[in-house]
Design a protein around this ligand. Sequence first.
Ligand code: SF4
Length: 227
Amino acid sequence: MDTIERIEFVITYACTGRCRHCSQGEHSNRGKVIDADAAAETVRNVTGKHKIRSLMTFGGEALLYPEAVYRIHSVARKLRIGKRQLITNGFFSRDKGYIKQVAYRLFECGINDLLLSVDAFHDECIPLEYVRLFADECLKNSIPIRLNPAWLGSYDNHNSYNTRTRQIIAEFKEMGIAEGGGNIVFPKGNALKYFPEYFDGKSYDPYEDNRTVCFDPDSDLKGVFYQ
Ligand code: SF4
């Protein structure tokens, strides 16, 4: 049986952020959500033919549609996919009770690696107090969290964004959350538009080559792996 390193699902391209480094640009493709039942069925089918090491969900902001996230991860846990990851900016509601409930459901559906995208870019458009609240609820539910910041230029580059990101990282580390390393902003979408001085003008996505299997709200899930 072949091994697939990772299967990925873009839950939606809708987002609560409007980050200046976002590779998805201005989020013109909003409001669509992945078909969770078809996605769950796809996970079952792929698992029947391949060994899958990890499953990842992200967006946009995936937690705008948490039911789809719960559904896909519940199946992944049932099928014993070892690593079950969610990338989120942590801001999907201002309702404390709802935030608490979502954190519990994420624990319940078996997410075991939550990557929290916090940095200076997100700080410009997302209220961090709600992200802290969400992170705190996840910690209370013993969900493993890692910080997932984006760095401009390089990790060591001296610029105002990286300086602010280090401050934010320090604040979250005080809560007991580990730094996951994050990623370097790459020349695609908004990043190319707002930070051209860091790139040579060509669009490039380093993750495209690495993706083994990736589905998004536009994928024909019913036509994949069903033969
Ligand atoms: S970087 Fe993430 S949080 Fe920011 S706009 Fe893009 S998808 Fe949304």
